[in-house]
Design a protein around this ligand. Structure first.
Ligand SMILES: [Zn+2]
Length: 183
């Protein structure tokens, strides 16, 4: 896994890049939580669930199907007031899907562990992206705050935080420039 902070940061940065709508803390908490949620699969380790299995770490919970089902659940439950299948409804669904699915994409860019079962349960092959610059974060909070913490955070800042912050600033500049042009 990449660290939980980085999954949450990536989801928030991506959403702020894709959408200009002002939203409250509840939305952002839920969105950041959605990006961290796939790693809840680590609770399987003490119960003897095999890492490489269907329900193992980076398995079904990291798949695109999980991201789709979870985002549907969030939109049905949390945004009941939004008319189903309206433009706003689809947009919310898309934002939560991207936030949740971004988790697997970042994990597939790490240099350790098994790959990500993007297409589970239909195809349980574990995939990595061709470019894997992110140092893998140790599993569990205790492991993360051990000696490797600084090296992991540094690689996440360089390869995730900085590029996303740059893209977001660039898009923001374009938006402001376009708004000025329209005046
Ligand atoms: Zn993960």
């Amino acid at each position: 896994m990449a660290s939980a902070f980085t999954h949450a940061f990536a989801a928030v940065a991506l959403t702020k890049t894709m959408s200009t709508t002002k939203r409250g803390w509840r939305f952002w908490t839920l969105l950041a939580g959605s990006a961290v949620l796939p790693d809840a699969d680590v609770i399987g380790f003490p119960f003897g669930i095999n890492y490489g299995g269907l329900l193992g770490h980076r398995g079904l919970s990291h798949s695109l199907l999980f991201a789709a089902l979870w985002s549907l659940l969030v939109v049905f439950w949390e945004f009941r007031a939004v008319a189903r299948c309206s433009e706003q409804w689809w947009r919310l669904l898309g934002l939560f899907f991207v936030a949740t699915a971004s988790h697997g994409v970042l994990d597939a860019m790490t240099d350790g562990g098994l790959g990500v079962a993007f297409f589970s349960p239909f195809d349980t092959t574990r995939y990595f992206l061709p470019w894997r610059p992110i140092s893998v974060s140790p599993i569990g909070v205790g492991g993360f705050f051990s000696g490797r913490c600084a090296a992991v955070m540094m690689s996440e800042i360089i390869y995730v935080w900085l590029p996303l912050a740059i893209v977001r600033s660039f898009v923001e500049m374009l938006r402001k420039w376009r708004a000025r042009e329209r005046k």
